[in-house]
Ligand binder design. Structure first.
Ligand SMILES: *[C@@H]1O[C@H](CO)[C@@H](O)[C@H](O)[C@H]1NC(C)=O
Ligand SMILES: *[C@@H]1O[C@H](CO)[C@@H](O)[C@H](O)[C@H]1NC(C)=O
Ligand SMILES: *[C@@H]1O[C@H](CO)[C@@H](O)[C@H](O)[C@H]1NC(C)=O
Ligand SMILES: *[C@@H]1O[C@H](CO)[C@@H](O)[C@H](O)[C@H]1NC(C)=O
Ligand SMILES: *[C@@H]1O[C@H](CO)[C@@H](O)[C@H](O)[C@H]1NC(C)=O
Ligand SMILES: *[C@@H]1O[C@H](CO)[C@@H](O)[C@H](O)[C@H]1NC(C)=O
Ligand SMILES: *[C@@H]1O[C@H](CO)[C@@H](O)[C@H](O)[C@H]1NC(C)=O
Length: 629
């Protein structure tokens, strides 16, 4: 037995004074293994008893310099004779599945026998052990010694503390190069989350930690187990502050004591929360870079890397576009905050039907318009998460039977016959032709503005641009002043000797507009919205039958590959007046799903060479529909 082992095993050390213990708190360990940075959270997930520790020390060898922390792998197996071939086939699936585990974790291997046969054996050869530089190998069901863990663990990489036998999970640390995150998160023992304390040594940006995917197995109850997601920092998460893109707001309020039901629903499905992403301030529209005073705008990874990432779910959209280690990011959409970032960052992203998921414990912009959306890079994964999240909606077996092509939203550049090659118009046309072939229908050209003008409502309400010019800014400003600005200002003043907090120019301009409105503007706004919503549902995109949720899909261009350089000064922010294609779903409460369909070239003034920006199409279906089946 090595001398250090005696020291470690004997707990005869003088007890630490209680007061000192209270001051002392472990925050986890940061380490690198084969050049990859990792973090082990401070709370152990299991423990080896003295039998196992003795055996590990024996195998590590008397002459081995004592290292307190050793990496190893847990590999459950029901094989009665666990041989080289079993090891190899498991490793093959691990390599394909996980970005956290690496062969360096084969420093030690614990084969966790989970079968029922009485005396299983390990037949891993010395050759195989040498090939992987394996320094210890334990078989949990070894009859001759007691090496079982206190609590059996799922497969994957772990860190063992030889001094206590404690076993820790490992998180791989990634750089947040796009500055999309505020911080990474890890679960804490009380059921909430903590800010990740770790940082990649020498990193210039935040580090985000992701647990091994091998720890999780999807089940019927948890179909999304092990998939990672990030949350826009307007959703409350127990244990974390909610900052809403404002430093004073972040500072003023304590960490939240409950998790928003929308986030909880995703956690219940097995998703793993890895961090909080930046929102433009109070989810109002801000253009990079000059509008982003309190926070620095996240970087859109497309093109030259210096294009605006759109807002307000900027952090979630840019992170989803940039990071292969992140599966999903959630955001919100009141007037385009999901769809804009999905468009310019080139990812799938949606605004669901209004009311699809609870927005309790989420910062309000305007409750009649606020919705919760999800970004994904893969259409099937996007649909899977959406169906889980928007649980209160029914799935339908068939597709809509009409494809509405509003000429007023596509505009003249897309309507040339045929659109010039290499333009967004050509990309849209090519995609829509494929969609027509898939659905077995041809597009129905229509003109939404003109349909309204021809309707009986036109005489009473004026044109759409007249009726809806102030509707959106009226609702969002009057709601946010009442629900957020006023209580926040009062709380801040009370805590800071009557001072006002700093507010970015964009929300401030909007709030000033809201303060100038008469009391009855709000009711008028809701009435105009309802007039439009009812007309749209009965005359434009009509609900379907038992086979399809929606009779038709209405398409419009979401992003067309236009540049919006983040180093351009665009002038002071204004009030978001007006009616446009993007307002349809907002006012009609319908879903609006952004789908990347291609890219177009541009000559970058930053890099001086040809770069590419995404082209995306929006799909609007009837209110109450989740997504196309
Ligand atoms: C035992 O572990 C293997 C490998 O992880 C797994 O496929 C199998 O389902 C497990 N069996 C039981 C009974 O848990
Ligand atoms: C069981 O433990 C003994 C004692 O360390 C060891 O010699 C033997 O190889 C182990 N057997 C298996 C199947 O791991
Ligand atoms: C949670 O926080 C809210 C707001 O700060 C507070 O009113 C409430 O009492 C807290 N609840 C618990 C259980 O601590
Ligand atoms: C689904 O509807 C029920 C009943 O109205 C509600 O309690 C629940 O919060 C809804 N689920 C979500 C995820 O919004
Ligand atoms: C759509 O209809 C409006 C109102 O009638 C008209 O002003 C506009 O030119 C039409 N747009 C197109 C592209 O035809
Ligand atoms: C409502 O619509 C009327 C025209 O029908 C318009 O004059 C008014 O400004 C609108 N108000 C709001 C708040 O939308
Ligand atoms: C791109 O623009 C630069 C000037 O900024 C010019 O020198 C270059 O030739 C252009 N490249 C192409 C392919 O047009």
């Amino acid at each position: 037995m090595p001398c250090w082992w005696v020291l470690l095993a004997c707990t005869a050390l003088a007890p630490i004074a209680v007061a000192q213990q209270a001051l002392f708190q472990l925050t986890g360990e940061t380490f690198t293994l084969a050049g990859v940075p990792y973090f082990a959270p401070p709370t152990p997930v299991s423990q080896f008893g003295s039998g196992a520790l003795y055996e590990i020390a024996r195998q590590l060898g008397v002459d081995d310099a004592p290292k307190r922390l050793v990496p190893f792998s847990v590999m459950p197996s029901a094989e009665t004779e666990f041989a080289d071939s079993h090891l190899e086939s498991t490793l093959e699936s691990w390599r394909a599945k996980d970005d956290v585990w690496s062969e360096a974790f084969l420093n030690g291997l614990y084969v966790a026998y989970n079968g029922s046969h009485a005396s299983p054996t390990s037949l891993v050869t010395a050759n195989m052990q040498a090939q992987y530089a394996m320094r210890f190998l334990l078989h949990s069901a070894n009859q001759s010694i007691d090496v079982a863990m206190r609590k059996e663990l799922p497969a994957g990489p772990y860190l063992l503390d030889l001094s206590s036998g404690n076993i820790f999970e490992v998180y791989r640390l990634y750089n947040d190069e796009q500055q999309s995150f505020l911080y990474g998160t890890i679960p804490n023992p009380s059921g909430g989350y903590d800010m990740l304390s770790a940082k990649i040594p020498g990193a210039a940006t935040e580090s985000i930690g992701v647990p091994s995917r091998l720890y999780f197995t999807p089940t019927a109850e948890q179909p999304l187990a092990g998939l990672r997601f990030a949350v826009k920092d307007i959703y409350d998460v127990e244990g974390l502050r909610t900052g809403c893109g404002n430093r004073a707001y972040w500072e003023l309020y304590p960490p939240r004591n409950q998790t928003a039901p929308a986030v909880q629903r995703l956690l219940d499905g097995g998703l793993v929360l890895v961090g909080k992403t930046k929102s433009s301030q109070f989810a109002n529209g801000e253009v990079a870079t000059d509008d982003w005073v309190d926070l620095h705008a996240p970087y859109n990874p497309r093109g030259d890397g210096y294009q605006d990432g759109s807002s307000s779910s900027t952090g979630s959209g840019t992170a989803e576009a940039a990071y292969p280690w992140l599966d999903y990011a959630i955001g919100s959409d009141t007037g385009g905050s999901m769809r804009g970032p999905a468009g310019v960052n080139g990812v799938f992203g949606n605004r669901p039907s209004h009311g699809a998921v609870s927005l309790d414990d989420v910062m309000p912009l305007s409750p009649p318009l606020d919705t919760a959306g999800i970004f994904a890079r893969d259409a099937v994964m996007w649909a899977t998460a959406g169906h889980w999240w928007y649980q209160n909606f029914t799935s339908f077996p068939g597709f809509p039977k009409k494809l509405l092509f509003p000429v007023d939203f596509f505009g003249s550049s897309y309507l040339a016959e045929p659109p010039s090659a290499g333009t967004a118009g050509a990309v849209f046309n090519a995609f829509i032709s494929k969609l027509e072939a898939f659905l077995g229908i041809t597009r129905t050209e229509m003109n939404l503005t003109n349909m309204w003008t021809q309707s009986s409502l036109f005489a009473a309400h004026g044109s759409l641009s007249e009726m809806l010019r102030t509707t959106y800014p009226t609702l969002i400003t009057m709601d946010q002043i009442k629900l957020l600005a006023k209580p926040f200002m009062a709380d801040y003043a009370a805590a800071n000797g009557g001072r006002r907090p700093f507010i970015d120019p964009a929300p401030l301009t909007r709030w000033e507009y809201g303060l100038s409105l008469p009391e009855d503007a709000y009711t008028e706004g809701i009435a105009n919205k309802t007039t439009f919503m009812d007309w749209f549902a009965s005359e434009v995109v009509v609900g379907g039958d038992s086979t399809s949720c929606s009779e038709s899909i209405l398409l419009y261009p979401q992003s067309s590959g236009y540049t919006n350089y983040r180093n351009a000064y665009v002038g002071p922010p204004g009030t978001p007046f007006g009616f446009s294609a993007g307002r349809v779903a907002v006012l009609a409460e319908t879903p609006d799903m952004v789908v990347p369909v291609g890219e177009v070239a541009y000559n970058s003034t930053i890099t001086g060479v040809i770069e590419y920006l995404p082209v995306t199409l929006s799909f609007i279906a009837a209110k109450g529909c989740v997504s196309p089946p």
